[in-house]
Design a protein around this ligand. Structure first.
Ligand code: AVI
Length: 362
């Protein structure tokens, strides 16, 4: 076995090889809904995590101050996912209105064999933003002799806690966790056995949370990670009626509203802000020309808020943009894929064509 450069111990009781990489944040950019496999508790705060806390707080503060100073106020969606936000997102995934998770899971289940055949034998599976690795078992159950699984996740603890059930379920599988912000780039460790090909697994339609230019940059990066002959198995949500889309992002139980407002609570706690989350209303609306659902927090009154010593004035009715969720046509995604250096090998959808799982190859 070739130990990768920079290997460290993963923490109490977890003899893990984890590659620490650049720009590691304490929280995940990309969440995953709760794993169907049990998630044991663990505590493995490393020196690296502690040392980087100040850096992450400074980056969070800089992003919030810049976003609230912009002509249209905004807060990047990656800051949704503190512990409370991740719990709320798990609840969103189970809402009757939020079709995304259950539709994608049904496609992965229904077409598991076809997907396994398309990816082929001896694959190295790389999952950027793996979170709790909730969906990868759907592939690992059907792949022929997979060589290695490489979860890439900012939140080291989250990642390590999720790997124990996978190790139990797939004792022969080499698991090579990488602690990194995948949007900042990462290096894929070498596996002991030579893979036939590398396949990047990027489910959940997280691609939709990137603006088209950034989505292209990300897909191009994935093409480089996959390498010649490699592939990308992508979950991409599709355009559909606003009558379906808007309730998916504004559910009747108010879970998405709580998820949206939670970012203000997080700013108060971590950056010493004085937001009154109750003074902002959740709004989700379909932007037809941009083909995206937008989530906003709308100020209910004229108010002044402070974050990190800077004052921000809000007019009644003024929004903060907190998330874009782009919805693609199959042709639109094929075009983006092609620009990124992929071609569409196969597409699986549900009967209503609400969601797609796409195998893109280089
Ligand atoms: C993580 N991402 C794909 C979700 C989405 O559908 O855009 C985030 C989300 N926001 C509100 N509900 C779900």
């Amino acid at each position: 076995m070739r130990p990768p450069a920079g290997a460290i111990q993963g923490g109490a009781g977890w003899p893990e090889r984890v590659l620490p990489q650049a720009d590691i944040h304490p929280r995940s950019v990309v969440p995953a809904c709760r794993a169907p496999l049990p998630r044991p508790g663990t505590s493995s705060v490393t020196h690296e995590d502690t040392a980087s806390t100040d850096h992450h707080r400074a980056a969070f503060l800089a992003d919030v101050v810049a976003g609230l100073s912009a002509p249209v106020k905004q807060i990047p969606p990656k800051y949704f996912y503190d512990d409370a936000g991740s719990e709320l997102f798990d609840r969103i995934c189970e809402l009757p209105e939020y079709y995304v998770t259950r539709t994608e899971t049904a496609i992965l289940r229904d077409y598991a064999r076809d997907i396994g055949d398309a990816l082929g034998a001896r694959v190295m599976l790389i999952e950027p933003g793996s979170g709790s690795s909730a969906k990868v078992h759907l592939l690992l159950d059907v792949l022929e002799d997979p060589v290695a699984y490489v979860p890439v996740e900012i939140s080291r603890e989250h990642m390590l806690a999720s790997l124990a059930p996978l190790r139990e379920r797939y004792p022969g599988l080499e698991i090579l966790p990488v602690a990194a912000d995948f949007t900042a780039g990462f290096t894929v460790p070498e596996s002991t056995r030579e893979p036939a090909r590398r396949v990047v697994f990027f489910p959940g339609s997280t691609i939709g949370n990137f603006r088209p230019d950034d989505a292209l940059t990300l897909l191009s990066r994935f093409a480089a990670v996959a390498g010649p002959g490699g592939g990308l198995l992508l979950g991409a949500d599709l355009r559909k009626s606003p009558a379906v889309l808007e309730p998916a992002y504004d559910d009747s139980a108010g879970v998405t509203a709580a998820f949206n407002r939670n970012v203000l609570t997080r700013i108060n706690r971590e950056l010493g802000g004085d937001f009154d989350p109750g003074a902002f209303r959740h709004r989700a609306l379909w932007n037809e020309p941009e083909s995206r659902v937008e989530m906003h927090l709308v100020s209910l009154r004229d108010q002044r808020v402070h974050v990190g010593g800077t004052a921000f004035d809000f007019r009644a009715g003024e929004p903060i943009v907190t998330e874009y969720s782009h919805k693609y046509t199959l042709a639109g995604m094929a075009d983006l894929a092609q620009q990124a250096g992929f071609r569409v090998e196969q597409v699986w959808t549900d009967e209503q064509e609400w969601f797609s799982v796409q195998y893109l190859v280089r």
